[in-house]
Design a protein around this ligand. Structure first.
Ligand code: PLP
Length: 458
């Protein structure tokens, strides 16, 4: 399998080339040149790790042996705390939850980032070099990445998060990892600012010359393919002909993985995007208008995003994989601050996607309702999806994703259900630990200088 870029469809790169690079030099995102098809029957009675191997292998076949991949996957999920790895829970007839909270940092990001860490280690053993992981986080990616890379040789990790805009547990999960190779940077800005800095550094020649920069945010292709697995997995746990998913969305990574699953042959009807008040995805899907909007802080900080990077991949797909048109879209968008997709493209979005925006008060009401009716405690991100799920008719199967453990967002959850929820010991212990982080202004130059200084000392 070779890879092209959303901004250059003539590109032909190997998986190893794109594994470390994240963003393409032309500013685009990588995608496979074609979609491999999966025979659903071949997945029957396989374990999570085996299903993962079948799904991921076609994307890495040029660089990794199948047995090696299986070994990486077995290691990756060995410490997950549920025997099913990802657990499907039936709430009511045709209404399901897919729990993705059994990794080390209690959010779905672990399913991909634990894999990425092991993938990097294996590949660095084969061809040794030093790499610098750089990422922006709205909370969960950062902690999942840090927990994946903390003990790894030859990897330095710089994670930017918006200062004081992640939950206290999310912050502690990152900053209490004091290993020498881990650097937490709190940026005085919001998540979109952090993401912008990271994007600028990836096309910065000076920094690229001093180190091998590596992306681990959800634009990284290897992460997306690891997430494709649990969509197949949840389908295999049911007896349905066709299935639909509701995905609480921010950067459009998780739901794009569902789209990939559909391209690979998983019988998905619709994908329903749930957002909080940061509703740019809803505007695009409802009206075709993509417009710069400012970011609100909500109870679901990992979705406080108005520039959903991975949506560029969907644009590329919906423009018939024509990178010339993608370039036109983004040139117009960055000069005018908005872009209007025409009706034929809008129709293509709507063939697959529906979208809802759920505000903070609806989020809390849903947490309360689900707790009282089903005795289930949902975190605020999950609750945006549950609101959509509860409103669905039961004539079709819908699966809504459980994105994080409620204890990570206990303030909002306690408020919703009017009592204190139990916090797992691993999380409450964080508050007794020493923290390590550096606060920097919202400036690409400052972040760049900080990184250059640290890696020259390492
Ligand atoms: C990352 C995250 C999301 C949003 O996922 P995207 O892939 O960015 O769309 C939602 N909920 C939680 C808890 C997350 O960590």
């Amino acid at each position: 399998m070779k890879y092209l870029s959303t901004r250059d469809d003539s590109l032909s790169r190997s998986f190893n080339d794109i594994l470390y690079q994240g963003l393409s030099r032309d500013g685009g995102l990588y995608l496979p040149q074609s979609w491999p098809k999966i025979d659903l029957l071949s997945l029957k009675n396989k374990s999570y790790e085996e299903v993962a191997c079948e799904i991921i292998f076609p994307y890495v076949n040029e660089n990794i042996e199948k047995l090696e991949l299986q070994k990486i996957l077995n290691e990756t999920y060995a410490n997950f705390t549920h025997e099913k790895i990802a657990a499907l829970v039936e709430l009511e007839n045709n209404k399901f939850l897919l729990e993705l909270i059994y990794g080390p940092t209690y959010a779905f990001k672990d399913y991909a980032l634990q894999f990425l860490g092991n993938l990097f280690s294996t590949s660095l053993e084969m061809s040794p070099k030093k790499i610098t992981v750089l990422g922006a986080t709205s909370g969960d990616t950062g902690s999942a990445a840090i927990h994946s890379f903390k003990s790894k040789k030859d990897i330095n990790v710089f994670i930017l998060h918006p200062h004081n805009k992640v939950s206290p547990i999310q912050q502690k999960q990152m900053t209490t990892v004091i290993d020498k190779n881990i650097f937490n940077i709190a940026v005085e800005g919001n998540f979109d600012d952090c993401q912008k800095i990271v994007k600028e550094l990836f096309v910065d020649d000076e920094i690229q010359e001093s180190t091998s920069l590596t992306a681990v945010n959800s634009i990284n292709w290897a992460r997306l393919i690891a997430q494709v697995v649990y969509y197949f997995w949840s389908y295999l746990q049911t007896d349905k002909q066709q299935i639909n998913f509701i995905v609480p969305s921010g950067n459009f990574g998780n739901i794009f993985s569902a789209f990939v699953a559909k391209q690979m042959g998983l019988p998905i009807g619709h994908l329903h995007i749930a957002t909080n008040s940061n509703d740019i995805l809803k505007s695009i899907v409802d009206t075709g208008e993509m417009k710069k909007k400012s970011v609100f802080q909500t109870y679901s900080p990992s979705m406080d995003i108005q520039v959903s990077s991975n949506f560029e991949r969907q644009i590329f797909e919906s423009l018939n994989r024509d990178s010339k048109r993608v370039n036109e879209v983004f040139e117009s968008f960055s000069s005018k601050g908005f872009y209007q997709f025409d009706d034929s493209v809008l129709a293509k979005f709507q063939q697959i996607y529906k979208a809802s925006s759920i505000d903070d008060s609806q989020t809390l009401e849903t947490i309360k309702f689900v707790y009282e009716k089903y005795n289930y405690i949902a975190d605020p991100h999950t609750a945006t999806g549950l609101k959509v799920l509860l409103d669905k008719k039961d004539d079709e199967a819908w699966v809504s994703l459980v994105c994080a453990h409620p204890a990570k967002f206990d303030k909002a959850v306690n408020k919703a259900i009017n009592k204190e929820i139990e916090i797992p010991k691993e999380l409450s212990n964080l508050f007794d630990k020493e923290e390590k982080m550096t606060i920097l202004p919202n400036s690409t130059m400052d972040v760049k200088n900080f990184i250059l200084e640290k890696i020259s000392n390492a």
